[in-house]
Design a protein around this ligand. Structure first.
Ligand SMILES: *Cc1c(COP(=O)(O)O)cnc(C)c1O
Length: 418
């Protein structure tokens, strides 16, 4: 063979090897891709995620354009005004950095000091109770009643009578509207007034809920709202204190901005806090107020969806208001399950079935009297809250869930209970 044919053969072999290599690469990549696609989970469905209305950035832009970036400015005034209009009832609203800050300032305004006792609904988020400890006060936890899952008026009175007999009248009552379902407003007010104890109304989950036509947030001697990222409207993080006098609102804002006395220099006669909302966050809040009623309607539609989904499953109850006096925003839709060991039905295995489908669900709030940080404090009542915690589950409830996501949720439920 001459050099020419050697060269041709070599070239052919080279081309063959390179092609084979490319071929193998393509096969492998395709294989990996296929395996990857098969394994890729559908996107996560959250319990409650932020849902922007569309005009939030306009208000934020105004803050930038006018350089009101700090905790002062038109958005703050505007947001507070929007909330006062919405709540009505002669409300004076102060926008703060969080709902927790609002509860803390609420306790301070109600005169809670170190060593005082403060009554608190046990079944709630820890932020309802932590500020009691910030003040060096002592929490007294109370069971729920089964209708609204909130403060039980009977256990409340029992506790007050017992604490008074032990020598201390509680300084305040923290009542919560869990998941946006109003607490027994009339019954709790009667007990509170009978003993002359003010109510700090934790309406963090209940903006848009009402009782007999009156908005939640306005029933307490002081009310609290939250605009955390997971709440019915959000300012990315924030809260508000609701008072019934201009003077009390002013006092709240005085504490929230470092308790500066009226002097040209920085002068302080009281402990101050840095709890004011920023004008940027308030801009988000103004945009969110435009869609609050839509969000309430959409969350209520999610609740309807679950009522429908579970209507033929008699071991599941969807948490709903007791009667037409109550109007819930249904911030979160929740169910309680009757566990059945024969059919292997319980709260945790249902939660895991949802988790397998990449759907977030969460047990109800674990009662405070069962929490390591709080278990040493007094507790009054039975096992209503504890049983709810054992068998209850919060389901995806956002105002921004799609039909496709609802379908995925219903498939999990149908497979689990089939
Ligand atoms: C969210 C929440 C709070 C706290 O509000 P933040 O704005 O997150 O500080 C307080 N109480 C209850 C019941 C809540 O759900």
């Amino acid at each position: 063979m001459g050099y020419a044919s050697w060269a041709v053969t070599l070239a052919v072999v080279l081309v063959a090897v390179v092609s084979l290599k490319i071929f193998i690469n393509v096969i492998t990549i395709n294989g990996l891709n296929n395996r990857f696609i098969k394994k890729m989970k559908p996107s996560r469905i959250y319990i409650s995620s932020p849902h922007m209305g569309g005009f939030e950035q306009k208000y934020v832009q105004e803050a930038f354009d006018t350089n009101w970036i700090g905790p002062e400015g038109l958005n703050l005034n505007g947001f507070e005004h929007d909330l006062e209009d919405y709540l009505d009832q002669n409300s004076f609203v102060g926008a703060l950095s969080s709902g927790t800050a609002a509860i803390h300032l609420g306790l301070i305004l109600l005169g809670v000091k170190a060593g005082d006792e403060v009554i608190c609904q046990s079944m709630t988020f820890s932020a309802s109770a932590n500020p009691i400890l910030y003040q060096g006060a002592i929490p007294i936890f109370i069971d729920s009643e089964p209708e609204t899952w909130n403060l039980c008026p009977l256990a409340l009175e029992e506790a007050i009578v017992d604490r008074i007999s032990k020598g201390k009248k509680p300084k305040a009552i923290i009542a919560v509207h869990l998941y946006g379902v109003p607490y027994k407003v009339d019954e709790i007010r009667i007990v509170a007034d009978k003993y002359g104890i003010p109510i700090l109304e934790d309406a963090a989950e209940a903006l848009g809920s009402s009782y007999r036509g009156q908005k939640c947030g306005t029933f307490g001697d002081i009310g609290v709202l939250s605009f955390n990222g997971n709440k019915i409207i959000t300012t990315s993080g924030g809260g508000a204190i609701v008072t019934h006098s201009a003077a009390l609102k002013e006092k709240a804002l005085f504490y929230a901005t470092q308790s500066r006395d009226n002097a040209p220099h920085y002068q302080h006669s009281e402990i101050g806090y840095n709890y004011r909302m920023s004008n940027i966050c308030a801009g988000i809040g103004r945009g969110q107020m435009e869609v609050l009623d839509d969000h309430v309607a959409l969350r209520r539609a999610m609740h309807d969806f679950y009522v429908d989904l579970f209507q033929d499953i008699d071991t599941v109850t969807v948490f709903s208001v007791p009667n037409a006096d109550y109007f819930a925003n249904y911030w979160l839709s929740a169910i309680v399950l009757e566990p059945n060991s024969v059919k292997e039905i319980d709260r945790e295995s249902l939660r895991l079935a949802f988790e397998d489908a990449n759907i977030e669900c969460r047990p109800l709030w674990k009662p405070m009297h069962l929490q390591p940080i709080f278990e040493k404090y007094p507790y009054y009542g039975g096992t209503v809250a504890e049983t709810l915690f054992e068998n209850g589950l919060c389901l995806p409830s956002g105002s921004n869930l799609s039909d496709e996501e609802r379908l995925r949720i219903s498939e999990v439920v149908k497979n689990y209970f089939k």
